[in-house]
Design a protein around this ligand. Structure first.
Ligand code: AMP
Ligand code: ZN
Length: 116
């Protein structure tokens, strides 16, 4: 059972477009990169500034967070507020879509930063 879950996770990671963007196997407009996360422009922006903040660790959804992942997710929020200053945003939205019914389309955790 444990091996099957590992196998399913590995297949999901191989097909994950945000893992591929992280590994530079797919192109993206990167705004920021550090040890824990990557930030790039949303390909189909819904606001003048629409960035996606993506942890380097493949976590499918917020509902799949494990102990310790709160540090990574908290880091995304810190990077978002710093980038908002750099982008001269007075106000902005930070949004996680969680699960299919929550509007999530790509199953690698990402936070939307929308403003402007
Ligand atoms: P979500 O609905 O929360 O899963 O959001 C996925 C987001 O990823 C959407 O806003 C898409 O526009 C965006 N997106 C999809 N493919 C790409 C890509 N190759 N590069 C950048 N953003 C993408
Ligand atoms: Zn992934």
């Amino acid at each position: 059972m444990r091996h099957r879950r590992l196998f399913v996770l590995m297949v999901a990671m191989e097909e994950c477009i945000f893992c591929k963007i992280r590994d530079k196997e797919l192109p993206s407009a990167i705004i920021h990169e550090d040890e824990h996360c990557l930030v790039f422009k949303d390909r189909f922006p819904q606001a003048p500034v629409h960035l996606l903040l993506v942890p380097k660790k493949h976590i499918p959804t917020i509902a799949d967070m494990e102990d310790g992942d709160e540090k990574t997710i908290g880091h995304l929020i810190k990077v978002a507020k710093e980038l908002a200053v750099k982008q001269n945003l007075k106000g902005y939205k930070l949004q996680f879509n969680v699960g299919k019914d929550g509007g999530q389309v790509i199953f690698h955790v990402h936070m939307h930063l929308m403003g402007g």
